[in-house]
Design a protein around this ligand. Sequence first.
Ligand code: XCC
Length: 670
Amino acid sequence: MPKPESRSADPAAREMLIRAAELGAKTVWDRHDDLKPLCGFGELGLCCDVCYMGPCRIDPFGERAQVGACGADAHLIVARNLARAVACGAAAHSDHGREVVEVFRGAAESGSTSAYAVSNPERLAALLAEWGVATASDLADRMASQFGLQNGPLIPLERAPREQRRRWEKMGISPRGIDREIVELLHRTHHGVESDPVELLRAAMRAALADGWGGSMIATDVQDVLFGGPMAIRSRANLGVLEEKQVNILVHGHEPVLSEMLVAASRQPDMLSLARQGGAEGINIAGICCTANEILMRQGMPIAGNYLHQELALLTGAVDLMVVDVQCVMPSLPQVAACHHTKVVTTSSKAHVPGAEHIGFDAHDARRTAREIVVRAVEAFGRRDPARVQIPRHRMDLVAGFTNENLPHYLGGRFRAGYRPLIDAIASGRIRGVVAVVGCNTARISQDSHHLALVRRLLAQDVLVVQTGCSAIACAKAGLLRPEAAVEYAGPGLQEVCAAVGVPPVLHLGSCVDNSRILAVCTALVAEGGIGGDLSELPIAAAAPEAMSEKAMTIGLYAVASGVFTAFTPVPRVAGSRVVRQYLEQDVERETGGRFLFTNDIEEAARGILAHLDSKRKALNLAPMMYQDGVRSGGSGAFRAMSTYVAPTGLASLGCGKAQERSQLRPPEE
Ligand code: XCC
């Protein structure tokens, strides 16, 4: 058996990989190994299957075919493949947005019978004003219309800095509705349509922008209106959150519509008493992937793991039921679940998995569906074999729940709520910059190893890290989302800031659609003024250190189109085209202000990001960094980080309770 250490940096995962071998279960790593060697043409992006004359494969060594049967060369083939991936990634995120808008519309209609209601009237009022409508119902209609907007820019685009919008207009990539952009992009990739690889990449950027500043951004807004705006909140992460004596339900996927209702159902007295009658001490709901992030941010529910944990969680034998909706759900789950008593339930009309039970989810009947799922889980608990249960003891405390709306309060406190304290810390050289580290796990890279290596490296260089998605879960499992992580990992400047305001050095901003929150934070930094008049001028960057899904490519592309330097690892399927790499890693910077760094080497990614931050600081004429290698520049001796650290009054001093005892942490003025 391959060494578990080579497959995951997470000790809980390694334990379960050994358990998988004992049980004779195949996991994603085994299947990935079975496929090796992976197709070299595919890896380089040089295999074209857009028509049925092919597939045509370009020889990267120049000895055989250099063009496909139709005459498409390597550059067009690579660009076309990439554009199709971006279209799919944008479709996934934005269709999530459309789903939650439909639920919102149902809740907003007068005389509604929807199981959902607006729980955040303040956010609703702000959106009504911004969108220029009078009622929630009008807002839902206006938002729904954005998806099919045929002409003219999207309404949320107005939030982008003026200079960025000017760049998009000049390039002709101001996005229209996501439906139109994706249809046009796919049309352009059809055989015999767009033959200019760079024009195709620009069209892909336009579709990605329609997602980032459209579908995804609307998803975040609507979810905050329906389910509440997150506040800093404590919880725990890793497989050790599974409870030996409780009914364990895992929610996995992306849309919080079902999972919010499941959390509510699991707390109902009759459901709890049913669980007790079945011999359980309670009902424990935990999450996997981005659904985990959604119910963590708003409800403080524990996180069982990120993408590569989904099969491992089932191997514990402690999961009674896993309920899934859409995206990042491995089709293998029912086979792995068959090792034990675990039931897998699908709920989305768009996502069926052979071997799983399908319980169709309808927002109008959400309570009944959620209760039915809880009942199935309690029944399954009765079939659990305690002798076969093995729950890794690893679980880590964390603080999550930061947003562009609440960050000014946490950073500025009662007297200085706003982004000015952060800007001052950057301008004075205490903080080098802000980097978003986001995205997936992949079987190509030892699980979490790149996320942790990059984030620790950045923290040591006084970089404030913001996170979403499976990357945030990786760091949560490793303890980087605790305020104490500032002492353990941050450079002295960042430590001072974290100690002063009581936030962790790594801020969890939510699920992958919530990358829109990161765009909003960056936009707010521009609006506050002092460290750049455009996103591309700020000392900021982004990274996807273990990218797996097409959504990651879409997010990377809208980040680059928004002016952000973005390190993307592993190298996506672009290596077969010099023209595509040249455009995305260099030339695009003249157009959007952002660019990619594609690399398989996470240290190279870290060096590239740090060099980028320093170049932006230099261009802005900001103060030199206050500390160099732990020593205050021009000062007298080493900064004694440990001895000067004062536990902040807010977050760090509070211990973590059980999820059911969770308490939201209020901004200082409350
Ligand atoms: Fe999927 Fe969002 Fe990637 Fe994780 S980070 S593997 S996309 S769940 Ni979104």
